[in-house]
Design a protein around this ligand. Structure first.
Ligand SMILES: [Zn+2]
Length: 212
């Protein structure tokens, strides 16, 4: 089926400009998994193309895609996934409000942008399936890793006022839940989690808390 996607590759089999741009856009929208398999496969295997994409990604990472209704090629809404879906419209409304009022932490935003690039290129060892990007959490924050930890990892959570939680996840851990109680310790708003393996690079993600 690779032939169908030949418009993304040059004669030497590397990604052409269209392919690289599409890949970088998909990273920005966190939708790399929606790309044709041939594209994903090639970028995983080819350090030449992946390094060009990182440069491109860095150039667009400062742009705000959140105002786009959808991507012309990827055809997806750039909004994040939700962990809870008991009433999708309410959740979307709550999340939009929290995002609009969010107080970002510049140092965490920088970490996040750099590591999204590396994570999409398969250069980060731990894969976090949950929480999904910009998850909205009510009572607890659930972590689900693709594979059990091969070494202990430090988990911390913070908002713009400072650190609100810290725990050491033992080796072998694959799922972990953080209770967002008592409520006064976790006021509504934007939070960052940071998971740092004993001998690895930190992973960072954002989530939103709404106490109901
Ligand atoms: Zn290549």
């Amino acid at each position: 089926m690779q032939q169908n996607y030949s418009k993304y590759f040059d004669e030497e089999g590397h990604l052409n400009t269209i392919g690289r741009t599409l890949y970088a856009d998909a990273m920005q929208l966190e939708k790399v998994e929606k790309l044709p398999d041939s594209l994903q496969q090639h970028v995983n295997d080819c350090s030449f193309c992946s390094s060009l994409i990182v440069v491109l990604y860095d150039a667009i990472a400062e742009l705000n895609y959140s105002d786009l209704p959808s991507h012309p090629l990827l055809n997806v809404s750039p909004k994040g996934n939700f962990t809870l879906s008991d009433n999708p419209q309410d959740i979307e409304r709550i999340l939009e409000k929290l995002m609009a009022e969010a107080v970002e932490i510049p140092s965490m935003e920088r970490l996040l942008k750099n590591q999204i690039a590396y994570r999409k290129l398969g250069r980060i060892e731990i894969k976090v399936n949950k929480p999904t990007p910009n998850a909205l959490c009510f009572n607890q924050l659930d972590f689900e890793l693709e594979e059990a930890l091969t070494e202990s990892a430090d988990l911390s959570i913070r908002n713009h006022k400072g650190r609100v939680f810290r725990a050491l996840l033992p080796k072998g851990e694959k799922a972990y839940s953080v209770s967002l109680q008592p409520k006064e310790n976790y006021p509504n708003g934007l939070y960052y989690w940071k998971l740092t393996p004993a001998n690895g690079k930190p992973l960072v993600g954002k989530f939103y808390v709404f106490q109901r």
